[in-house]
Design a protein around this ligand. Structure first.
Ligand SMILES: [Ca+2]
Ligand SMILES: [Ca+2]
Length: 164
């Protein structure tokens, strides 16, 4: 009997997976991607390694919808103080560490969308790693990117595609 119940639960989980797609443990599904948020702050390289350790990559954005998805998720994880600290945002995979001024996504996907804030990137004292600025009056302006010192420690988002 226990055996049958176990099998049934497994089947239910498998059917849910088939209809909705599956995310790994510690990831949450939004749209066609699975996201993992870490409130623990790391350098960009540390965050990049941590994502790879989960079989994932730092998040990449290819349109404003993906940017909004992650920003909304971040707001849901943080308290209202998110409006008060402009630098309290999260690493994304965009960087120009390999070649100054040539920004790429750490997951190797092509650059089809950028959302720089005015005046960015400015490579101020060698900034090569990108995070939303969390500044401005609307969610869209708060999602605007700035280049930061890669050694700054920030929370971060990893992602994997939803698997079917
Ligand atoms: Ca740079
Ligand atoms: Ca900058």
């Amino acid at each position: 009997m226990t055996f049958n119940v176990t099998i049934s639960l497994f089947l239910i989980a498998a059917i849910a997976c088939l209809t909705e797609g599956c995310c790994p443990d510690m990831f949450v599904g939004v749209g066609d991607r699975c996201y993992h948020y870490s409130s623990y702050k790391r350098t960009w390289s540390g965050a990049d390694s941590a994502c790879r350790g989960l079989g994932a990559h730092l998040v990449s954005f290819h349109n404003s919808g993906e940017s909004a998805e992650v920003y909304d998720l971040w707001k849901s994880y943080t308290d209202v103080a998110y409006t008060d600290d402009k630098d309290r945002a999260y690493w994304i995979g965009f960087n120009d560490r390999s070649y100054e001024g040539s920004f790429r996504w750490s997951d190797g996907t092509s650059v089809t969308y950028t959302h720089w804030q005015s005046g960015a990137p400015n490579d101020n004292r060698g900034e090569d790693c990108v995070s939303p600025r969390n500044s401005g009056s609307s969610d869209i302006t708060r999602e605007e990117w700035n280049d930061y010192d890669c050694n700054e420690e920030k929370s971060y988002f990893c992602y994997v595609p939803l698997t079917f």
